[in-house]
Write a protein that binds this ligand. Structure first.
Ligand code: SAM
Length: 310
């Protein structure tokens, strides 16, 4: 813990690929992170300008919405980018420590492969279900209109292709891959030595239900709420385009770590994981490459009351 102290409870403005190498081995209790998904422009070099709602709007008129332009090379690039990061995280985690990584439904298999290749065991895949999302499919109207055909032929095509759209559906879930660094001895021996490797199951979910691998943070007014709704968390609103709910991060942290544990988020964005750690009485280390998001995360952290770590 001493070697880690200078890094604790801060958002570091850095490239995670370089910064992670500075941190001491086997010092981190859990990693909860939401890396770039490598869809459309949200790859390893995004900026707020590339990801602003304004540019989304502009794109929706001319192209497919962000994240939905199909590019079969994205998965391979994501894998190659994430593997060395996962290897660093493997070095940093204590034996038995958990690595929760969000991913997109389209490319989560590549994320899981990189994580497994780095040495982790894939223990589960949680599904975060949400209802607020835009349909992604695009109609064919503009494409038909651009064809070099007489008006009647175009009209016939419109009629024939009524209802057909590009092959995307409305996305209503995100996978969270649950990986674990192999533990030493038995799970109990590992927990007694490192305080990692087990799940704390007495977290209130739904109406006091046992934790499951389906998670909700907003009411759906269906039977799902009864079983899977997480308790509300404070500190939700943010300007980051892909901010994750604090409640979700807090749940993952409290499920897998003990109080005072150290939680790392190498792709901190607006700091949702870090805020969740603070609310849970855990230490955090955040890394974020983009200055504007570093400022946003620091501002959100300052607003957390009471400040547990001054
Ligand atoms: C999906 S977002 C994380 C959002 C975050 N979960 C939140 O709730 O705000 C991914 C973040 O990773 C950052 N990022 C991308 N490449 C990075 C790198 N090499 N090192 C550190 N941060 C990086 C991006 O700037 C972006 O803010």
């Amino acid at each position: 813990m001493e070697a880690l102290r200078p890094y604790l409870d801060q958002v570091h403005h850095a490239d995670a690929r370089e910064f992670l190498g500075q941190l001491p081995a086997e010092s981190i209790d859990a990693v909860v992170t939401d890396p770039p998904y490598f869809l459309d422009k949200l790859d390893d070099s995004w900026t707020p300008e590339k990801a602003t709602p304004k540019s989304y709007k502009r794109q929706q008129v001319q192209h497919l919405p962000p994240g939905m332009r199909f590019d079969p090379t994205q998965g391979k690039r994501l894998y190659e980018w994430y593997l060395p990061i996962a290897q660093q995280l493997f070095r940093l985690l204590k034996p038995g420590g958990f690595f929760f990584t969000f991913a997109s439904p389209r490319l989560f298999h590549r994320v899981a492969l990189a994580v497994e290749e780095a040495g982790f065991w894939i223990r589960d895949t949680f599904l975060w279900i949400y209802t607020q999302s835009q349909p992604k499919a695009m109609g064919l109207h503009h494409f038909i209109e651009r064809l070099p055909l007489p008006a009647e032929a175009k009209q016939a095509l419109h009629t024939r292709l009524h209802g057909w759209k590009t092959p995307q559906v409305k996305s209503v879930y995100e996978p969270i891959i649950v990986a674990q660094k192999p533990y030493t001895g038995t799970l109990l021996e590992n927990f007694l030595a490192y305080q990692t490797g087990l799940f704390q199951t007495r977290i209130p979910v739904g109406q006091g239900m046992f934790p499951a691998n389906l998670l909700l943070v907003e009411e759906t007014e269906t039977v799902l709420d009864k079983y899977f709704l997480l308790p509300k968390a404070r500190g939700e609103p943010t300007d980051h385009p892909t901010a994750k709910p604090v409640a979700l991060c807090q749940y993952l942290i409290e499920l897998s770590t003990v109080p005072q544990a150290v939680v790392l988020d190498p792709f901190a964005g607006s700091g949702s994981t870090l805020i969740a750690a603070l609310h849970s009485g855990r230490h955090f280390i955040g890394i974020e490459i983009n200055e504007a998001y570093v400022a946003l995360a620091r501002k959100r952290l300052q607003e957390v009351t009471p400040p547990l770590f001054a």
